[in-house]
Design a protein around this ligand. Structure first.
Ligand code: GLN
Length: 496
């Protein structure tokens, strides 16, 4: 087994006990990255020198007999919307193409304090708006399980990196599915914590009432370790709750699901989602039953019917005000104009991509007087109704299963022409975000063609630890996802 194939837990244990060094692991992961990055395009910036220096520091601490953190010597990659001091942070946008932050996001600081080694900043849809990682200044990221297909998004670079073995764990941000869906598309585990569980300080905002820092990994155990490092109160983010977090890794001792009640979403016709994914949902439900859970079919009439519309109204309104700070003066790109208004218009028109412009314009329109009353106000009310629907369910359920995405990872060029089709792909992830609930996309293995199957498990707000326990029981039955070996595509579009 190569070092790049190890989990974060195995790496940290090995570094701590001097089985191998952080430098060796970092070199192995960087080697993997170099071997496939030309094909996958998962990273915007690779920080090879500084990662080797960080690894050397970890090794020096170990040699001095000092106690090292939970992620000692573990290479990781962060989505390029996490501020990193001294390392440019582009959000995949021309407007921030050369922007170098003077501070790091809290999540980055916590990872570094725990001994993790930042290797690179990963590709994303511009400002995290999208579901395929196609809208990027560096071009699309490829899916390592099948390079003819999208990796999902917007954290597609982070998901592809973990699946391809660049690193065992990566950071993404999930506003309406941007970690769960790419995790599903790339065949790994992706966890969106409850809103307020992890500090958003220093993560460039898309929609602040929904954004949440979210880890991706090839095992639930690594997700639990990352969460233990990331989830803590932070005075720099007032939406990050002050309650003291449980030890997430303790949940991994859950052996079965006896005494648990798990809902299984049954509110659709089987042909409304891809048949393989319908099969994966049924299989996950069987596994829970076999592990001792009581299964109950559930419906989510408000969440599924109104989720996408409510989410896009809420998120775009949020986004239009959040992205107002890119005015050509304070950050990033600047284009001259005769008047101040011309300067704003020139800067923003030339430096934001098409999808971001569309969303800013829609969001700004939604916040004008008449539209506010007709759309934004009602969206807030529907969001409250949706939360009541979730609360009623959690009165009797511990968690519930539903698909992460209605579709399998699709071929390049088949969806991006029509934005509404892309938005509808978020039907099962956005309601969970609107409810502030924790959700994890769990790998359900591969189809006979090697395409990833997945299921989404959702829990009550702040019951992240319980959700991790249940997910670990399912993972023990299904098996952990392995590292993908990206295959090249021949002239006829076949994998070779
Ligand atoms: N696909 C959704 C959107 O475009 C979710 C994105 C995200 O979670 N950042 O808004």
């Amino acid at each position: 087994m190569e070092l790049f194939e190890l989990s974060a837990k195995e790496i940290a244990d090995g570094v701590r006990t001097k089985k191998f060094s952080a430098a060796e692991v970092t070199k192995s992961c960087l080697g993997r990255l170099r071997a496939y990055e030309g094909d996958l395009n998962a990273c915007i910036t690779v920080i090879e020198d500084s990662s080797l220096e960080t690894a050397a520091k970890v090794d020096a601490s170990v040699a001095r007999g000092e106690s090292v953190g939970l992620l000692a010597g573990v290479p990781y990659i962060a989505k390029d919307n996490f501020c990193t001091r001294g390392v440019r942070t582009t959000c995949s946008s021309r407007i921030l193409e050369n922007w170098v932050p003077t501070y790091s996001a809290s999540a980055i600081n916590y990872m570094n304090e725990a001994g993790a080694v930042l290797l690179a900043k990963s590709n994303l849809d511009e400002f995290a708006m999208g579901s395929s990682t196609e809208n990027s200044i560096i071009g699309p990221t490829k899916n390592p399980r099948d390079m003819r297909r999208v990796p999902g998004g917007s954290s597609g670079g982070s998901a592809a990196a973990v699946a391809a073995g660049y690193c065992p764990v990566a950071l993404g941000s999930d506003t309406g599915g941007s970690v769960r869906q790419p995790a599903a598309f790339c065949g790994i585990q992706g966890f969106k914590p409850s809103y307020g569980e992890v500090s958003r300080y220093g993560v460039v905002a898309y929609a602040s009432s929904l954004d949440q820092v979210s880890p991706l990994a090839r095992s639930v155990e690594d997700i639990a370790i990352a969460l233990e490092v990331l989830a803590r109160p932070d005075p720099n983010d007032t939406t990050c709750d002050a309650y003291s977090r449980p030890k997430f890794t303790e949940s991994l001792s859950m052996r079965d699901l006896k005494g648990k009640r798990i809902g299984v979403f049954a509110g659709f016709e089987s042909d409304q989602i891809d048949s393989d994914l319908y099969g994966a949902l049924a299989a996950a439900s069987e596994h829970c039953k076999a592990a001792g859970a009581v299964i109950e079919p559930i419906d989510l009439p408000i969440a599924v019917k109104y989720g996408v519309a409510t989410y896009y109204v809420t998120a775009l309104a949020d986004a239009s005000s959040q992205l107002a700070c890119y005015d050509g003066i304070r950050y990033g790109a600047h284009k001259d104009g005769k008047t101040l208004a011309d300067m704003y218009a020139n800067t923003r028109t030339e430096s934001f991509g098409e999808e971001v412009r569309r969303r800013i314009i829609l969001g700004a329109a939604l916040l004008t007087e008449g539209f506010y009353q007709n759309y934004y106000g009602p969206a807030l009310k529907v969001r409250t109704k949706m939360m009541e629907e979730f609360d009623a369910l959690f009165g009797r359920l511990d968690a519930y299963l539903l698909p992460t995405s209605p579709s399998m990872p699709y071929l390049f060029g088949t969806k991006e022409e029509d934005p509404t089709r892309l938005y509808l792909g978020d039907v099962f992830t956005v309601p969970i975000s609107l409810g502030g609930l924790p959700g994890i996309s769990i790998s359900m293995g591969l189809t006979s063609e090697g395409l990833p199957l997945s299921v989404q498990l959702v829990g009550q707000r702040y019951e992240d630890a319980k959700l991790i326990g249940i997910a670990s029981v399912i993972e023990r039955i299904v098996g952990k996802p392995g590292v993908a070996t990206p295959k090249k595509i021949d002239g006829e579009g076949k994998r070779v």
